[in-house]
Design a protein around this ligand. Sequence first.
Ligand code: C2E
Ligand code: MG
Ligand code: MG
Ligand code: MG
Length: 281
Amino acid sequence: HAKAMGKNNCQFYSVELNQAVHQHLMLEASLSRAIGNHEMVLGYQPKVDLRTGKVVGAEALVRWNHPENGMVPPDEFIPVAEETGLIVPLGEWVIVEACGALKALDKLGVRDFVISVNLSARQLRQRQFAAGLARTLKRMEVDPRNLELEVTESQLMDQPEEAMEALAELKALGVRLSIDDFGTGYSSLSHLQKFPVDYIKIDRSFLGEVSHDGHAVITRAIIALGHSLKLKVIAEGVETLEQLTFLRAHECDQMQGYYFSPALSQHSLEELVCSDARLRD
Ligand code: C2E
Ligand code: MG
Ligand code: MG
Ligand code: MG
């Protein structure tokens, strides 16, 4: 009896596995078509300076407007794009699109605005990545200081020495660099000190319950650590006034989150930034 069950289980698993492989292949094929078909869209989530209240930048977040499935969040296709290498053309598209948004803001008279894009380790490991980025910035006539690249702490720590070299090359171009999801990737402090970055972004899991002492202690420690290394600290996933008040009290530099705004279309971002500037002039 047990043997028969085992056999059945085995069949069951292999059917499941085939389905998973099939889904993966379908996803891979449609993802590679999607980039050419203009099914990818970027949302821009505003970043606010906590001292002045000014909108100083935005993070570009990719979405897939799938013809049948509607909006697909990045967590559902970035891993497949990474495995298959499709992240390279997708990542290039994201950078060109973000440069286009910077260019449009510049035409509207907005200067000193920083748009960040997320990078995968696979992009960072490409031999000619920095050289290609330099060409794109030149072609798009974008000042490197207006572009920020976010890499997660865990991706950096995967091969820290190689990552450090790649970051140094990018830093030399004049772009800004940040460590994303900080606090979840186990950096050693000696590595952290050597990464040539400008910002660290506190992972939103630490912000979740700022009212609970344990989390508040970690958030405060990350802010202090960042400042002692002369880095600016950005909090992501800010959803409540309580979190905002806490961050201001502890001199966190910038924040982004649903409390202020979700990711916006390029057009809505332009409207927000221009009206924000008008209110202040
Ligand atoms: P991330 O870079 O840490 O981005 C922050 C995520 O938190 C975004 O999810 C954003 O929509 C979400 N978020 C923002 N504010 C709040 C808030 O107040 N509360 C909560 N609960 N969530 C908030 P999203 O857009 O689903 O992106 C998820 C991840 O996908 C990103 O995490 C990033 O790692 C990756 N990703 C997005 N776009 C790209 C891309 O162009 N390239 C690469 N390689 N990865 C990307
Ligand atoms: Mg990010
Ligand atoms: Mg993050
Ligand atoms: Mg994340």
